[in-house]
Ligand binder design. Structure first.
Ligand code: BES
Ligand code: MN
Ligand code: ZN
Length: 497
């Protein structure tokens, strides 16, 4: 798919299969809709009056308007003008793209980014538009015997003033990279656990390194993980016949600006299936635990995006991947393991395995002398209770890092909400038989999980994103969301300025 700009001053003269223009609630036309209305002798306002309320997520198709060269004009609802915001603009672009894909059109021109919108710039709107179009184009087909052919737009053009075309193009380029990263993340997460294994994730990292010359991949196998003394990670991995993988994927920018700060490190939880182990989960919805590698998937999607953009910052991704299964070799409640850091852990619940896997990865990354480490994980059901499916849980002991991540979330609409990490919560992890327990009891479950991780992150600035509620949707439209790739890519882009 190609994204570009269309800078013709006369909107009605543009030849295209579909031209998208916005209409606010109560039939208030956007400036672009006004232009088409005038060119067509009032055909737009007549149609709006007759049958279009301008509600968000609705559209009306007008074909062959007199005086207008576009084959169709798509009126896209924008809701109340005084409430118009970035999220409404994104939704409108998605609505336009979905219509075009459903109608199997190959190209479209959108005038929707030409509307000013509080808290945005043309560049940010162009970025949001490209992400929305990429998102709308995603189809999961990998495991159907006769998949329907996925419709594809070959060209999506944003209508902009000529003087602003370069701004818009920069936004589109970033948005396309983010969109590609999001869709890679969604595919990896949607793939079933019997296909997307730790080995498969390792192969995906290697494939990315083949595709992008700034990326280098290294996949450590069980023997090498043993040599590193990752006793906590391995204790989870050994319960499954599926071999674990410890993946290191490094982006070294081709432009050689040296950053004294050291690399930014991303760490992903890669449980390609979490049955709970001996503390086994109930059967209902257990299939969704194939998504327990959502952190790993978003780390790989983010690396794809930043490699495509060749961002001027060294970024290292680390994924710790295995399955959590019940077996004769699985962890048992009461077992004590020794982490790579030397700290011992009493496993009181084998289903709190994410932190057991992550803690060794967090110790491993000390060697990079990172400027910051951000881990992401579908870590706790408690985070879903606290924040639902709207915000990712953000935990950090560093206020500046937390603010930067919050800001990146707001910029992209991929929002996070900061949770507390007071020392007082640490007491819940006390164990009679080891340095710490792996669970802290029912109160504040997502906080005590973060507190557990914090014990392995003393050597650097660190933040943790709990994406248990945001990485996928349940129900009839079950599927991965690609979050928090937009937040992360935006954060990394912001670090380059
Ligand atoms: N992967 C799960 C967390 C999860 C559960 C994410 C449901 C999304 C939806 C994690 O490994 C887990 O099982 N956590 C336990 C921790 C508990 C035993 C302290 C949980 O949240 O129940
Ligand atoms: Mn679990
Ligand atoms: Zn898990």
């Amino acid at each position: 798919m190609e994204f570009s700009t269309q800078t013709s001053a006369s909107l009605h003269q543009i030849k295209t299969a579909a031209l998208g223009v916005g209409v606010f609630a109560e039939g208030i036309l956007s400036p672009a809709a006004e232009l088409i209305d005038r060119a067509s002798n009032g055909a737009v306002s007549a149609a709006v009056k007759a049958e279009f309320k301008g509600k968000p997520n609705t559209h009306l198709v007008l074909r062959n308007l007199p005086g207008v060269k576009a084959e169709r004009v798509i009126l896209v609802g924008l809701g109340a003008q005084e409430e118009y915001k970035a999220a409404t603009h994104t939704q409108a672009q998605a609505c336009l793209a979905s219509y075009c894909l459903k109608a199997d059109l190959k190209e479209a021109v959108s005038a929707l980014s030409s509307i000013d919108c509080k808290g945005t710039t043309l560049r940010s709107r162009a970025q949001d538009a490209a992400v929305a179009v990429c998102r709308a184009s995603y189809r999961y087909t990998a495991t159907f015997s006769k998949p329907e052919p996925a419709p594809q737009l070959s060209q999506f053009l944003l209508w902009t003033a000529r003087t602003q075309a370069s701004e818009a193009k920069a936004g589109l380029e970033q948005g396309q990279a983010i969109g590609n990263g999001v869709n890679l993340t969604r595919l990896l997460a949607d793939l079933p656990g019997n296909i997307c294994t730790p080995t498969y994730l390792g192969k995906t990292a290697k494939q990315l390194a083949k595709e992008f010359k700034t990326l280098k991949a290294e996949v450590l196998e069980r023997k090498q993980i043993e040599a590193l003394k990752m006793g906590s990670f391995l204790s989870v991995a050994k319960g499954s016949d599926e071999p674990p993988a410890f993946i290191v994927l490094r982006h070294t920018p081709s432009t050689k600006t040296k950053h004294e700060d050291g690399p930014i490190v991303l760490v992903g939880k890669g449980l390609t299936f979490d049955s709970g182990g001996i503390s086994i989960k109930p059967a209902g919805n257990m299939d969704e635990m194939k998504y327990d590698m959502g952190g790993a998937a978003s780390v790989l999607g983010t690396m794809r995006a930043i490699a495509e953009l060749n961002i001027d910052r060294e970024v290292i991704a680390v994924v710790a991947s295995c399955e959590n299964m019940p077996s004769g070799r699985a962890n048992k409640p009461g077992d004590v393991v020794t982490s790579m850091s030397g700290q011992t852990i009493e496993i009181l619940n084998t289903d709190a395995e994410g932190r057991l896997v992550l803690c060794d990865a967090l110790t491993y990354v000390e060697r990079f002398k990172p400027a910051a480490v951000i881990d992401m994980a579908t870590l706790t059901g408690a985070c879903v209770v606290a924040l639902g499916h709207v915000n990712t849980g953000l935990f950090s002991t560093d206020d500046d890092l937390a603010d930067e991540l919050m800001q990146a979330g707001k910029q992209t609409g991929d929002t996070a909400w900061r949770m507390p990490m007071d020392d007082a919560y640490q007491e819940q992890l006390r164990s009679n038989f080891a340095d710490m327990a792996n669970i802290g009891g029912p109160p504040a479950g997502s906080v005590t999980a973060a507190c557990f991780l914090s014990r392995f992150t003393k050597a650097y600035r660190w933040a943790h994103l709990d994406i248990a509620g945001t990485a996928w949707r349940s129900g009839k439209d079950k599927g991965a969301t690609g979050r928090p790739v937009p937040l992360l890519v935006q954060y990394l882009l912001n670090q380059c300025r």
